[in-house]
Design a binder for this molecule. Sequence first.
Ligand code: ATP
Length: 694
Amino acid sequence: MASFGISGKRHSPRISSHVSSSPSYSPVGFRLIHSLSSQSKENRDGAPLDKRRRMVGKEATPPDETRARKVFSSVNSDPDPVVPLHHSGIEFLSREDVEKLLGEEMKGKNNSDSKMMEYVEKLKICIKWHMAREDGYLEDQKKQRNFMEDEEKRHNDIVTQLRAKIDELETMNNEPKAENRKFLENERDAQITFESQEEIKPKEVLNTRKKKHKEQSNEELSCLRSELQQVKDDCNKARAEVQSLTLVIAKYEEITKTLDMITMKTVDLEETCAFQRTEILSLQHQLSAKKDELKQADLSVNTMTSKVEEQKIIIEELKNHLVEGEKLLKKQHNTILELKGNIRVFCRVRPIMANNDSSGTNGAVISYPTSVESFGRGIDLTHGAQKHSFTFDKVFSYEASQEDVFVEISQLVQSAFDGYKVCIFAYGQTGSGKTYTMMGNPNIPEQKGLISRSLEQIFEASQSLQCQGWEYKIKASMLEIYNETIRDLLSPSCSSSVEGKQYSIKHDANGNTVVSDLTVVDVCTEQAAQSLHQAACNRSLGKTNMNEQSSRSHVIFTLKIVGTNESTKDQVQGILNLIDLAGSERLAKSGCTGDRLKETQAINKSLSALNDVISALANKEDHVPFRNSKLTYLLQPCLSGDSKILMLLNISPEASSSGESISSLRFAARVNNCVIGIPRRHIQMRSRSDSRPL
Ligand SMILES: Nc1ncnc2c1ncn2[C@@H]1O[C@H](COP(=O)(O)OP(=O)(O)OP(=O)(O)O)[C@@H](O)[C@H]1O
């Protein structure tokens, strides 16, 4: 009977009574704490459960009594004491604090704020959801606990009833024996009395009495057994119920664990929420600081913008002044040229070549005066222990690059583009750098000569004026005068050495030179310039003592530039002659014989003719001997007319060439003093017929 009671630990009501139904809140956000360790009031009051059970057993509640379900008084309805904690200045003492926080509204100004607020709102909803769930769990828990308590009570009642029944049965079981014993004793006593006092009764009566009594006892015993069986069945039933309740408790424990996890997550979320709230605050501070900065920047930008606008207006005015100034400068420049005469002379000294040994030549014979009036324009040549000083429009030392030279000459190229006749010729002894200056090396950009650079400038200028309605046609021809014979360097037959074609030179009424049958090509692109340079390679070359590849002819490259403006009906015609003269050379020094000697004599003759023409012009003689050579005859319109002329005197710096150099310098000085007409710009209305030949 001892194992009949509810003695398993898991079934102890103590377990269920330990689960507190009341959450308590901690201040980091809020935290629900399930007080699994709290004691029931009974336990606190010092009444152990076993004792209670015994007390209930003593009350012996009848088994058929209605199972009244009462709330266990052991449920701890008071929350555990809450210890207030502080976080970010926020205090949570109760669930009301949390609900108050959830009820708070946040305000935001910009996009990132609204995102954060949206996030906070979501967190709040999440917390509310957890709280609602928790309430549900607590309600369930409470119901479970009540149920458990009822069950426990019912079991106690059953146990009490069973015990009472067992006691009763035991009592009943013992009663017949005592009765029988008493009866037998009585019977024995009666028999002794009977035998001793009266006559002995018959034996059958005694046996009948014994049999009757035994039947009565057996009947009562079987009745008791069936009652006992009934109690055992009840007990089994109660055990099954206890088992199912155990399962319910296990389930409840699982739910409690899940609830704990959710609570922890809630705590985490609350912490994140608090952290992000702090972040939002700091971001809001930063934002307002940045806004202030932006305002300041806007102000300064506005100030700067207005200043820039002012500057732009000033710049625009200055630009206009500049354009006006440039125009004035051009005008003054032309006026000066006109006053000076239209011949200008530049002098260029080439560097000492590596193969020229000047060690035995007393060193440098060329020097440059540094005085203010001669700086960049003067050149001193020491010849025969005597220093000869010359001044020209410009003097380039051996350090001057092709670019430096072209910068000074580009104005004249521009003049040709603007409608002037321009003639630039390189003069100097053989090997002094005339071809280098004029042709250069077109394959190396910094060594490109005047012809390539002039073409580039004219192409650029024509393109830049396209937007103003100007359209330019550029035509080129190239010839050489070799041994007083003209060769067409652009003719396809030139390179195939078909000789014998005769070219005649004529001058028309407009002062233009016409060479019969000369090939004229349209120069449209810069690539065309390359082919012109190729044509230059067709010129006659030969080796002299002074130059490995001496040009044995005068080469005249002519560009005719015709610009037409459809809107203004204006037309300009400019001519640019770029002439690379053959090198002057003393016959004795050249060491030439045979054909070379003939070449040199012809060169010298034509150069001498040029010298004579210049002298005549300088002396303002009535007769100028232009017809004495093909060169002077060809250049007649340039030398006597309205052209702008530039003589580029090339000088060899070696002492061994000083004799040639002084002759060249003297000739250049004479040219510099010439006054030949006044340059005139050739501009006309397009409607007028333009019959000017090249
Ligand atoms: N300014 C310079 N810088 C570098 N090299 C130069 C310069 N001037 C001329 N030379 C070089 O000097 C040599 C002679 O020059 P170039 O052929 O141009 O002389 P030239 O006066 O045309 O002679 P020629 O009358 O005999 O034809 C060439 O090798 C050329 O490259």
